[in-house]
Design a protein around this ligand. Structure first.
Ligand code: GUN
Ligand code: ZN
Length: 430
């Protein structure tokens, strides 16, 4: 069974921040889908197929689904927690709520709610932290598998500086991670991500165990946090007095590389930035979270100029919105504060193909090209009354995208396709 998804189709094949020759846009476009993958994309007239079931999304924009490379599954109910800064926020709100994910039933309920929010917001792939409990990762993987989503996740490893209810130990964190890898990694579209929370909540023994997992599983993703705020960095340096800087801790334990994702990466020395570039380690910008917790202003321009690959993420629940559109709006404002004007094409590339590159998955997701999974989002630049009023005055794709970026949220997401299946209104397509 083939499906033909009609709309105004946008596809990136290069980064607009790097080259002018970067995208194709078909105003009367279509995407031919079979067995979850894209067979063809182009003008409707060229690829119309009498055997395909047609779904017409005109005049809405169809593009690759959003990718969220850093967020926390057990923080579904942490968003908008009132705290002075990161460490208070973790201790006063986050750890107590994460403790509830010890219960597999609670974890299963929340896994459904978590994936519903992603889909509602047009996000088709995420890289998520679990709680410390193996049950949390089990629940999330099971829920993602049943929806056919490409998901990366891992049980958080944390063995100090938090309440007992959210602590493991070096050995059990290794054993549990390994059991989860054996059960879930590479199953369907699922991938395991080795997940030491951050240096403050891991003893050196635990980071050694994380490094051992990385060494035993070459090419497996590693996710953690790096240099988010000043108090965090100060405490980290007290806990690891022998290192040169924060990044050096992860380096020492073999946790850097092209599949390593460093959430936040704000307050870095030139040495750390250069070392990230040298090792291929990714920096993940979390704009709404960094503003909400008052952590600092990520410098995307400087990171890219130094050769670091960057991604952009919601960081739910330090982040305040599930929407990658709202996330791009805050990223735009942070760039403005740094004297850089982000082009809307660059923004939409970042949240799709750019994040796929950050995750090392650009051969499968992130762009509308034959062979890629049909993970798609359908966007309406006139979704609200205010957007409609503004839209009356625009005359280019670039301006339409900018309205979506600055004014859009889940209301602008008309439909989300995962491997060719409509998720918001499943009857629309198989
Ligand atoms: N650093 C360590 N854990 C966390 C977390 O859950 N959220 C954020 N924003 N930073 C962290
Ligand atoms: Zn985080």
């Amino acid at each position: 069974m083939k499906t033909l998804i009609r709309g105004r189709v946008l596809s990136f094949y290069a980064d607009p921040a790097e080259t002018d020759d970067n995208h194709r846009f078909w105003d009367n476009g279509a995407i031919l889908v079979q067995d979850g993958r894209i067979l063809a994309v182009g003008d409707y007239a060229d690829i119309a197929d009498p055997q395909a079931q047609e779904i017409d999304h005109r005049p809405h924009i169809v593009m690759a689904g959003f990718i969220d490379p850093h967020l926390h599954f057990p923080q579904v109910q942490v968003v908008a927690a009132w705290a002075a800064e990161l460490l208070d926020w973790l201790n006063d709100h986050t750890f107590p709520i994460e403790a509830q994910y010890r219960d597999p039933d609670h974890a299963a309920r929340m896994a459904g709610a978590f994936l519903d929010q992603l889909i509602r917001n047009g996000t088709t792939t995420a890289c998520a932290f679990g709680s410390v409990h193996k049950a949390s990762a089990e629940a999330l993987f099971a829920a993602a598998e049943s929806r056919g989503m490409a998901l990366l996740a891992g049980k958080v490893m944390m063995d100090r500086n938090a309440p007992d209810a959210v602590l493991d130990d070096a050995q059990s964190s290794y054993d549990d991670s390994r059991a989860l890898i054996e059960r879930w990694h590479g199953r369907g579209r699922l991938e395991y991500a080795i997940t030491p929370r951050f240096a403050i909540t891991s003893t050196p023994e635990q980071l050694r165990a994380a490094g051992q997992l990385a060494a035993e599983n070459p090419g497996m993703a590693v996710q953690t946090h790096l240099s988010e705020n000043r108090a965090e960095i100060e405490l980290t340096m007290q806990l690891y007095p022998e290192v040169r800087d924060y990044l050096d801790i992860y380096d020492h334990f073999g946790l850097l590389g092209p599949r390593s994702l460093m959430g936040h990466s704000i307050h870095l020395s030139d040495r750390e930035t250069a070392r990230m570039a040298e090792t291929g380690t990714r920096a993940i910008h979390c704009p709404t979270s960094n503003l909400f917790l008052g952590s600092g202003l990520f410098d995307d321009h400087a990171m890219r100029a130094a050769g670091v690959v960057t991604g952009v993420a919601t960081d739910i629940g330090g982040g305040t919105s599930w929407s990658m559109l709202a996330t791009l709006a805050e990223a735009y404002k942070i760039a403005q504060l740094r004297g850089r004007r982000m082009h809307p094409l660059a923004a939409f590339h970042w949240a799709t193909r750019g994040n796929a590159i950050a995750l090392g998955m650009e051969d499968r997701i992130g762009s509308v090209q034959p062979g890629r999974f049909a993970d798609l989002v359908v966007l309406d630049p006139c979704a609200t009354a205010a957007m409609r009023l503004r839209h009356d005055k625009v005359d280019s794709l670039m301006q339409e995208l900018f309205i979506l970026q600055v004014m859009g949220d889940d209301r602008a997401v008309v439909e989300t396709y995962v491997a060719g299946r409509a998720q918001k209104s499943p009857q629309a397509a198989e």
